[in-house]
Design a protein around this ligand. Structure first.
Ligand code: MN
Length: 717
C-alpha cells in the first residue's frame, strides 16, 4: 500500500493545481477511521478507499472528488460521522460523501434481475446522484470491489454482485459515457458469471497469439507508417478486444470463434476533426474497406456524447481489422464520458459532440462563460428523470411512477387487487396518508383490508391512468347498484302508500309504457331522480277512463330517455359521501338529525336536515321530497362532517381554548375559517368530524361552557 506522500504525488502528477493539503488530510482521516479493519482479502480496509481514490485521480478528477473517494466508506463503515466530515472538510465534501453513502444503502433494497427493474434502478441511481461526482465515485468503488471479487468466499454472493454489476453498473457507466470503466466492469463480471465461456475465449486468443506472434504490434506500426508517410501526424493504438465483447459478438451473430474476423481493434488518434477524415481517406485508399461497416459518429454523435469514425478494412497481412478514428479530445470523452467533460478547462471543442446531452451542453456553456466545473456539477440536478419517481415495495421490488404519484397509485401499480383494498400506507416505515406525494427512493408498504373498497375521493389525488380507471370502474358499478337500491325503495314506498303491490304485472306494465328493458333500469331511473314514484304509479294505474298516456308521463318518458345520455356524463369526481346519496353542505346533517331527502334529476338524493333554511326553495315541487331516515348502527365508528359557527372573544388563548375543547371531545377539525372579525370578536366556521348528533351536541355544550367562547351554533344554511 502506498503512503500518503506517494499518493499525494500521484494526484499532483494528474492535476498540478490540485489542493494537495486537502488530499493529504482526507488520506489521514480515512486511514485513522478505518484503523485495523480488514478486507476479505486480508488487506487493511484502507487499501480499498485508497484504490478507489487512485482510480478517480487517474481519471484526472478534482481534489474534492479524490477526497470524497478516500472518505467514501467512513460514514457507512466506521465511527466517523457526517458532522465530523462537515467540520473538517466542509459542506461540499460532506454532501458528496453523504450521496455515496446513500447510493450504497440503496444496494440493500436492490431489485431482482428483471431487466425492466434493472433499468428503473439505473434511473434511480442517476436521479439520486444530484452531483455527478457521487456517481463517478460509486462506479470507481464498484470497479475496485469487482477487481477484488475473488477474495469473497461465498459463490452465491460473488454471483449476485457480478450479476448486479452486469445489469446495473456497467450499463450505467455506459449511459454516462464512461466506456473504460464499463468495459472493465463487464469483463470482470463475465469472469464470475460465465468463467467457462471466458476461459475458452481467452484460450483461443492465446492460441491465435502463438500463431501470429506480435501481430498487433506489426499492424500498429504499419498503420502508423502509412499515415505518417502521407504527411499526417497520428498515433495508433492496437489491442485485442476484451473477452466479453468477443463473446457477445459470437453470441449475437451466432458465429464461431474461427468465423469471428475482428478480434483486434485499432484506434487512430489525431489532432482535429479534419484530420479524422484525412486519416479515413488515407486508410481507405490503402486498404479495401469492408462494406456496411462504416459509421460516422462525428457527424452524428451518440446520445451520450460519443464521437468517432468507425470502419473495417482488410488491413496489413490481409487481416480484417476494425479501426476507430478520433481526436484526442473525443478519445477522452469516449473513455471517461462525463468525467472527461469535467476535466477540461477549455471544453469548446467538445461542443458539437455534446449537443444531445443537455447537462454536457450546460457544462460547456458555463465553462465558456468562465464558470468552474465544480459549480456546474453542484448545481445541476439530473433533469432526465424529473418526471419520474422510483419507489420500493417492502420486498425491494422497484416501482416507477410519474412524479406526484401517491401510495394509492403505488398500490394499483403493484396489482389492482392491492389498490382496491388499500386502507393506509407506510412510507419509509411511518404511517402516511394515502394522498402523500411519494419521493425518489421511498419504501412504500400498503395496508389492506378486505372490507375496503375504492373511494371516489381518491380520484382527487391519483395521477396514474391505471389507478384512475380502476377507481372509476368500481365507482360506476357501485353507483349503478346504489341507484337501483334507492329506486327500489322509493317505488315500494310509493306503491305501498297508494295501497298497491309492486308486483311483476305492475312492473311489466311500467316497462312497456316507458320502453325500458329490465326492472333495474326502471329502479335506476327512479333512483337517479328522473322519475318520481308517483309518476310510475300513474303509468301503471292511469286515472279511470283515461286511456291515453297523460302528458306528464310523456314528459317523464322524455326525461328517462334524456337521462340515459345524462347518466353517462354524471361527474363522479368530488362526490364524497357516496354516489346516489349526498349530504347537503348547507346544513351538514348528522346521524340523529331529523332529515329529508330531495330528489335531484340525475344526481340521486341530497339529504338535508328538516330545519335547513334552503328547503323553502323546494316547497313548490313536493313530488321531489322523500321521507328518509338514518341507517347507522350504534357501534358504527363512521364519522360525519358537521359545521359550527363559533364566536370568540378577541383575546390571547381564545383559539387555543376552542381547539382544546374540540380535541378533548374526540372530534377532529378538518377546516377552520374566519368568517367575520371585529375588534372584540372573531367568528369562525369550523368543520368537525363527529360520530352523530349526540356527539356534536355534547361538544357544543362543552364549548358553551368555555369562558372565552361567546357563542356556538350549528350552521343551517
Ligand atoms: Mn466502498
Amino acid at each position: 500500500m502506498i503512503d500518503q506522500a506517494d499518493f499525494v504525488a500521484r494526484v499532483q502528477r494528474n492535476d498540478p493545481d490540485a489542493d494537495l493539503s486537502l488530499v493529504a488530510r482526507a488520506f489521514d482521516f480515512s486511514h485513522d477511521a478505518h484503523g485495523t479493519q480488514t478486507r476479505a482479502s486480508g488487506e487493511p480496509y484502507f487499501s480499498h478507499p485508497l484504490e478507489v481514490a487512485g482510480i478517480v485521480t487517474d481519471m484526472r478528477l478534482d481534489a474534492t472528488t479524490v477526497a470524497t473517494a478516500l472518505l467514501h466508506d467512513t460514514v457507512e463503515d466506521t465511527v466517523a460521522t457526517l458532522e465530523q466530515i462537515d467540520d473538517q472538510f466542509g459542506a461540499e465534501i460532506a454532501q458528496l460523501v453523504d450521496g455515496v453513502t446513500k447510493l450504497t444503502m440503496l444496494e440493500h433494497v436492490r431489485p431482482t434481475q428483471r431487466s425492466r427493474e434493472a433499468e428503473n434502478f439505473r434511473k434511480l441511481l442517476l436521479a439520486m446522484s444530484n452531483d455527478l461526482r457521487v456517481l463517478i465515485v460509486k462506479l470507481a468503488d464498484r470497479l475496485h470491489n469487482m477487481r477484488t471479487l475473488s477474495f469473497i468466499d461465498q459463490p452465491d454472493k460473488r454471483g449476485r454482485i457480478a450479476a448486479e454489476t452486469m445489469d446495473i453498473y456497467a450499463p450505467l457507466a455506459e449511459r454516462i459515457g464512461m466506456h473504460a470503466i464499463k468495459d472493465e466492469l463487464e469483463d470482470l463480471a463475465f469472469a464470475e458469471l460465465n468463467s467457462e465461456a471466458r476461459n475458452s475465449v481467452v484460450g483461443r486468443l492465446d492460441f491465435l497469439r502463438s500463431e501470429t506472434g506480435d501481430i498487433i504490434v506489426r499492424i500498429t506500426h504499419e498503420l502508423e507508417r502509412t499515415l505518417n508517410g502521407a504527411g499526417l501526424s497520428a498515433t495508433v493504438f492496437g489491442r485485442e478486444k476484451r473477452p466479453y465483447s468477443i463473446w457477445r459478438k459470437m453470441e449475437r451473430k451466432n458465429i464461431s470463434f474461427e468465423q469471428l474476423a475482428d478480434v483486434m481493434a485499432f484506434r487512430i488518434l489525431v489532432d482535429s476533426d479534419d484530420d479524422c477524415y484525412r486519416a479515413l481517406g488515407i486508410v481507405h485508399r490503402r486498404y479495401s474497406m469492408v462494406p456496411e461497416r462504416f459509421k460516422d459518429f462525428i457527424s452524428t454523435p451518440k446520445p451520450n456524447g460519443y464521437r468517432s469514425v468507425h470502419t473495417t478494412v482488410i488491413g496489413p497481412e490481409r487481416r480484417r481489422i476494425e479501426i476507430q478514428i478520433r481526436t484526442r479530445d473525443m478519445n477522452e470523452v469516449a473513455e471517461h464520458g462525463v468525467a472527461a467533460h469535467w476535466q477540461y478547462k477549455d471544453g469548446v471543442k467538445l461542443k458539437e459532440g455534446a449537443q444531445q446531452f443537455s447537462w454536457i451542453r450546460q457544462l460547456l456553456e458555463m465553462l465558456e462563460h468562465g464558470g468552474q466545473p465544480e459549480e456546474f456539477l453542484e448545481h445541476t440536478k439530473l433533469e432526465m428523470y424529473q418526471d419520474q419517481v422510483f419507489c420500493f415495495s417492502p420486498k425491494g421490488d422497484l416501482i416507477a411512477l410519474p412524479r406526484g404519484a401517491t401510495p394509492v397509485d403505488f398500490a394499483y401499480a403493484v396489482h389492482s387487487d392491492v389498490g382496491d383494498t388499500c386502507v393506509g400506507s407506510k412510507v419509509n416505515g411511518r404511517i402516511a396518508p394515502l394522498r402523500t406525494t411519494l419521493e425518489n427512493g421511498d419504501q412504500v408498504e400498503i395496508m389492506r383490508s378486505s372490507a375496503q373498497t375504492p373511494s371516489p375521493t381518491w380520484l382527487n389525488f391519483v395521477v396514474t391512468g391505471k389507478a384512475r380507471s380502476a377507481i372509476r370502474r368500481f365507482v360506476r358499478v357501485q353507483q349503478d347498484q346504489q341507484y337501483v337500491d334507492l329506486g327500489t325503495a322509493i317505488l315500494r314506498r310509493a306503491f305501498q302508500k297508494a295501497g298497491h303491490d309492486l308486483n311483476d304485472k305492475a312492473l311489466e306494465r311500467a316497462l312497456t309504457v316507458l320502453s325500458l328493458k329490465t326492472p333495474n333500469e326502471l329502479y335506476a331511473h327512479v333512483g337517479q331522480g328522473f322519475m318520481s314514484g308517483k309518476e310510475v304509479l300513474d303509468v301503471v294505474f292511469p286515472t279511470e277512463g283515461e286511456r291515453r298516456i297523460p302528458n306528464f308521463v310523456r314528459a317523464a318518458i322524455r326525461r328517462v330517455r334524456a337521462g340515459r345520455d345524462v347518466e353517462q356524463a354524471i361527474p363522479i369526481k368530488g362526490l364524497i359521501q357516496g354516489v346516489a346519496v349526498h349530504y347537503a353542505d348547507c346544513c351538514h346533517p348528522l346521524p340523529g338529525d331529523r332529515i329529508v331527502g330531495i330528489l335531484t334529476e340525475g344526481k340521486g338524493v341530497r339529504i338535508h336536515t328538516i330545519d335547513c333554511e334552503t328547503l323553502g326553495s323546494f316547497g313548490s315541487s313536493p313530488e321531489r321530497w322523500l321521507d328518509v331516515s338514518w341507517d347507522v348502527g350504534p357501534s358504527s365508528d363512521e364519522v360525519h362532517l358537521g359545521r359550527i359557527k363559533v364566536t370568540l372573544t378577541n383575546e390571547p388563548g381564545a383559539l387555543n381554548a376552542l381547539t382544546g375543547v374540540i380535541a378533548n371531545n374526540n372530534a377532529n377539525i378538518t377546516n377552520l375559517k374566519v368568517s367575520n372579525r371585529s375588534d372584540d370578536f372573531f367568528e369562525f366556521l369550523v368543520d368537525v368530524e363527529v360520530r352523530d348528533v349526540k356527539h356534536m351536541t355534547g361538544m357544543i355544550a362543552a364549548l358553551r361552557a368555555e369562558e372565552r367562547i361567546h357563542k356556538v351554533d350549528r350552521v343551517r344554511s
